[in-house]
Design a protein around this ligand. Structure first.
Ligand code: NAI
Length: 328
């Protein structure tokens, strides 16, 4: 068997982690033959509940689960980590303003970024799930100058999967036949789920998706799916967010299928007219090493303002965290 890998999950006592940890321990990212050392990072008050989750993980007797450690200290939590899935975040409380939320989360992701910088393994890959995910990833990345910037990603695979599923229903196609969707911008209501390059069974889809359906139904449906789930389920997306996190990490570590791509939010280098530095959704491939942004796509006049609007929101969030002193 291979050498064990250390994987850190924050927010380990929360509802996303309750779906995520079991799939991770079952081999969903690295495969069944790679032993995993799990590090669960929680706030002090929730370490007891994390202990309960660890007991259940033990009771699954997953062959690949080598060890579980629970801590409230980021320096310990990220020590030697090759993967860090940052799920824990401060939820928006009653009466909390957006600036309060950014400040609370800014402090968390600043500290975790520093701890990753100082303690994680050289090959660390970071996925931020906790909201506002893109800007939290930006904050963490900016406090980890020794880690290549593109190792800091935020989860937009859930938005990507939501788009695929809506398209499968609309086209009456098995979801597995669809490919080349991308969700540009921010994991927020301004996101732009884009079907311009959609293929079915490798062939471009040219029929069945009229502009009115895209504008009036598809785009808002995908962008507001999180709120719809809360309304119907009475609680926010958990298993679907966990599933998207697993396949994000799996594709990163083991590569995207040939000729396929996915959506990853990562620090822009200015691709497709996005603003360098902000963590934006882009079409990406992996060969099992680093994410690579897909090149050479045409952007038309339907796409341009939608990409720009969501990136403008990310720039605004970036400016706020700088104004709040969370990033120099
Ligand atoms: P939850 O409230 O059930 O769990 C969050 C956990 O994080 C709690 O156990 C809490 O104690 C912990 N936590 C808070 N601060 C922490 C810190 N500094 N260090 C370590 N742990 C900390 O929330 P849930 O449902 O698991 O969601 C987690 C986050 O994921 C939320 O911010 C949510 O908005 C976000 N989310 C993101 C999605 C995406 O697509 N990017 C989709 C769905 C949710």
């Amino acid at each position: 068997t291979s050498a064990p890998v250390t994987v850190t999950v924050t927010g380990a006592a929360g509802q996303i982690a309750y779906a995520l940890l079991f799939r991770l321990a079952a081999g969903g990212v690295y495969g069944k033959d790679v032993p995993i050392r799990l590090r669960l990072l929680e706030v002090t008050a929730a370490t007891g509940a994390a202990e309960g989750v660890a007991m259940e993980l033990e009771d699954c007797a997953f062959p690949a689960l080598a060890s579980i450690d629970i801590t409230d200290d980021p320096a310990v939590g990220f020590d030697g980590a090759s993967a860090a899935i940052l799920v824990g975040a401060r939820p928006r409380g009653a009466g909390m303003e957006r600036a309060d939320l950014l400040t609370a989360n800014g402090a968390i992701f600043r500290g975790q970024g520093r701890a990753i910088n100082n303690h994680a393994a050289d090959d660390v890959r970071v996925l931020v799930v906790g909201n506002p995910a893109n800007t939290n990833a930006y904050i963490a990345q900016r406090h980890a100058p020794d880690v290549p910037a593109e190792r800091f990603t935020a989860l937009m695979r859930l938005d990507h999967n939501r788009a695929l599923s809506q398209l499968a229903t609309r086209l009456g196609a098995p979801v597995g036949e669809l490919d080349r969707v991308v969700v540009w911008g921010n994991h927020s209501a301004t996101q732009f789920p884009d079907v311009s390059y959609l293929t079915r069974g490798g062939v471009p889809v040219t029929e069945g998706l009229d502009q009115q359906w895209l504008t009036d139904e598809f785009i808002p449906r995908v962008a507001k799916r999180g709120s719809e789930i809360i309304e119907v389920r009475g609680s926010s997306s958990a298993a679907s967010a966990a599933g998207a996190s697993i396949v994000h990490m799996r594709d990163w570590v083991r590569g995207t299928p040939d000729n396929s791509w996915t959506t990853v939010a990562l620090p822009s280098k200015g691709e497709y007219g996005t603003v360098p530095g902000v963590v934006t959704g882009l079409p990406c491939r992996s060969d099992g090493g680093e994410w690579e942004v897909v090149e050479g796509l045409e952007i038309d006049e339907f796409q341009r303002p939608r990409i720009d609007a969501s990136v403008a929101e990310l720039v605004d969030e970036r400016d706020q965290v700088h104004a709040l002193g969370l990033v120099d």
